[in-house]
Design a protein around this ligand. Structure first.
Ligand SMILES: *[C@@H]1O[C@H](CO)[C@@H](O)[C@H](O)[C@H]1NC(C)=O
Length: 453
């Protein structure tokens, strides 16, 4: 038994709960990117983030949650099976998008019966697919064809969801489903869309979309996600930055610990119109789409890495973010240094943590940036003070402890522990995890499960 203690100590480190959240989004359309850009839930590192949000499912005309991609069911299973590897990982399903250019929530929130139908559908769908919660992706209540009353109806939806989640947890004796929302960051949009002080108490966390502040729809270069205003900002643009946006959410009555700072793993691009290349230089639409994300106007971080082989990064001091320019293209993006500045700022405001849009736009495989896999999000994790991940903890090389080195050279999977039938080993990417069966049961390799002796 004493021999188990070092291994258990290692396991406990992994399970230390930190109050801070690192929520990472993944998209079901990233599977269609070519070559090294192709991303599926198999590429999710189960120890990188505290929560993974799967985007995106939608709502049909009878208020039921429905998948969008042909293989969503299979991808849900792959993602949610990662919780066998890291039992503390939480997953949420993001629901929203547009149907004929409008949010499907507009119809769903309009009547009490349609909200109730949606809520019933959400609970059964999330439970069926083994998600831990729901993320609302409505951009935005009372905008884009949505009537003004939708501000109040969104509040009703949030309250009724949580009440139903409480009942479901009581009846099913399962952990209560989580509820979060992706929300706007521009002041005028926030004021029009949300009763901040009424929704915040009911949401488990709030994903502030503190990016897309500037982009190719404007006639001059500006940064996607600046921490502070620039001296060139005028009019409402003085509020198009992280500091101003989060301050507005706090002033509107959101508790700081519910707010998650949104960090982009992508940059926004422009085509320069003149020889000027600085912040505020005249532009003429977006730069060409990246070879993998293939959408004019933004590049994934790994595409920026490629671009940087021909361009040198410049640092915008007053906004604490970098940009780069080459051959008439301009990109404002985030890197490890800007993530560090934002984490420092986030900590000073006691925010609940960070969320990243998205896992699939970081250099998830490590093929592009020569900084290992997930260079941005791994850096973010460390900056936020999370303990090192088990998959990056080097096993002490001098140890003879059979437990710590058990998985060396073994394929991923479950194995019996010859020293103790009540426990078993799990090997994952060369690391060893020791699990214990419930009292009275022992591990049977024949079924790879715990059962009666
Ligand atoms: C950041 O926001 C705070 C609160 O609104 C404000 O007092 C401060 O001046 C802002 N900082 C900068 C550099 O804009």
């Amino acid at each position: 038994m004493a021999k188990l203690l070092p291994a258990l100590g290692l396991l406990l480190v992994v399970h230390i709960a930190t109050s801070s959240k690192l929520v990472c989004h993944m998209t079901n359309w990233a599977q269609y990117r070519p070559g090294q850009g192709k991303f599926t839930p198999d590429n999710v590192d189960p120890f990188l983030c505290t929560h993974v949000i799967y985007a995106l499912a939608t709502i049909n005309n009878v208020n039921q949650i429905v998948p969008i991609e042909w293989n969503d069911d299979q991808q849900y299973a792959t993602l949610n099976n990662l919780k066998n590897i890291n039992p503390t990982l939480k997953t949420l399903l993001s629901v929203g998008g547009t149907v004929n250019g409008m949010s499907p929530f507009i119809g769903t929130v309009a009547r009490p019966e349609s909200r109730a139908a949606f809520i019933r559908s959400a609970i059964s769908y999330l439970r069926k697919h083994n998600f831990d919660g729901l993320n609302l992706a409505w951009e935005y209540p009372a905008h884009n064809g949505s009537p003004l009353q939708d501000k109040q109806r969104f509040t009703l939806l949030v309250k009724e969801l949580v009440a139903a989640f409480e009942n479901d947890a009581r009846d099913s004796k399962k952990t209560q489903l989580l509820l979060s929302a992706n929300v706007a960051s521009i002041r005028a949009t926030v004021d029009r869309a949300y009763e901040v002080n009424l929704i915040a108490p009911h949401l488990d966390f709030i994903n502030l979309m503190t990016y897309d502040f500037h982009g190719h729809w404007e006639a001059a270069t500006g940064h996607n996600s600046p921490l502070y205003p620039s001296s060139g900002d005028s009019g409402s643009h003085i509020h198009h930055n992280v500091n101003s946006s989060v301050s507005h959410w706090l002033d509107s009555g959101a508790p700081s610990e519910k707010l998650l700072l949104g960090l982009p793993s992508y940059g926004r691009t422009y085509r320069l119109r003149t020889a000027a290349t600085g912040l505020g230089a005249p532009t003429n639409g977006p730069a060409e789409g990246g070879p993998y994300t293939r959408t004019a106007g933004f590049w994934a971080f790994y595409e920026v890495c490629d671009f940087l082989s021909a361009a040198s990064p410049e640092w915008i001091d007053e906004q604490s973010v970098p940009y780069a320019t080459s051959g008439g293209s301009w990109v404002g993006y985030d890197d490890q240094r800007s993530f560090s500045s934002k984490v420092e700022w986030m900590t000073s405001r006691n925010l609940g943590g960070a969320h990243v849009w998205t896992l699939d736009m970081d250099d998830f495989s490590g093929a592009f940036c020569s900084s290992g896999s997930y260079p941005l999000i791994n850096h973010l994790r460390l900056s936020m003070g999370f303990p090192p991940k088990p998959s990056t903890t080097p096993a002490p090389t001098t140890t003879r402890d059979p437990i710590l080195s058990f998985c060396h050279g073994r394929p991923d999977g479950l194995y019996e522990n010859p020293a103790d039938a009540g426990t078993y080993f799990q090997c994952f990417r060369g690391n060893t995890y020791l699990h214990r069966c419930q009292p009275g049961l022992i591990y049977w390799d024949s079924c790879k499960c715990c059962n009666w002796p």
